[in-house]
Ligand binder design. Sequence first.
Ligand code: SIN
Ligand code: MN
Length: 257
Amino acid sequence: MKLSGSQLREFEEQGLLFLGDCFSPAEVAVLRRAADEVYAQDRPEVWRESSGAPRTAFAAHTYNDAFRRLGAHPRLIEPVMQILGGPVYMHQYKVNAKAAFDGEVWQWHQDYGTWRRDDDMPEPRAMNIAVFVDEVTAANGPLLLIPGSHRQGVQEAGHDLETTSYPLWTLDRATVTRLADEGGLVAPTGPAGSMLMFHGNLVHASPPNISPWARTIVYLSLCHVDNHIRRFKRPEWIAHRDFTPIKPLADDCLIQP
Ligand code: SIN
Ligand code: MN
C-alpha cells in the first residue's frame, strides 16, 4: 500500500495519519482471536494491570502466528518504509488491551524519548503504526495525541516508575499544556480495522478505560535499519535486537496463511 502525496504532507505536518478502513472484518476476527490467545498466556512478555487484567503483550509477533503475519503486513510495512525512506526492522511490538473497567492510564510521553534514553537509538527515524482490533470510541480509552508536537523535538522528561506497571519517560504538565495550547488535542476513534500511524516524537497519552468495552490496539514500532539501537539495557522482547529488514508478505497474509 502506498500513501498519496497529500497523505505524506499531512503526516509531515501533523505527525499522524488515520485511515478508518484498512482491515476487513474477516482480518479483524483473526486478530481478535489472536489477542485473546496471547492474553491467556502466563509468560513474562504479558504484563497485567494490578487487577490481573491484561495490559500489554510485548513481542507477540514472536509467539503468535497471526501477530507474526501482521508484523510483516504490506499495508503496515510499506507506508512506513515510504515515510522513513528505506528498509525497516521491528524495534518493539505491543498488543495493548485497555481492558474493560480495568485498563489504566498511559501518561504523556514521546516514544522516541524512551527509545533514545533507554535504547540509544540515534535519530527519530522510527515510528508507530497501530491497528484497532476493537472499535475505539470516546468512552473506552482512546489515544490522545498533540498534532504537530513532533516538530519540537525531544522534550525534557522524568522516568516514571510508579504510576503504572510500565516504566516510561513522561512529560511534565507545563510542557503538555504549552504543546496542547499550540497544537490542540485529537483522539482518533473508529471501527475495528482502522489504522493510525504517528511519528516517534509525537506527544501522546491515553486515559483509563472505565467503560464496559475492551479496546485492543496493536502497535508496531518500526525503525530504519541504519538507525538501530546501540544499547541493550532493556529485555530483548521490549527493545528488539534483530535488525533484519522486514520483507512485506502478501496482502492476504492474514486470511490465507
Ligand atoms: C502507548 O502509548 O504506547 C500506548 C498507549 C495506549 O495503548 O493507550
Ligand atoms: Mn507511546
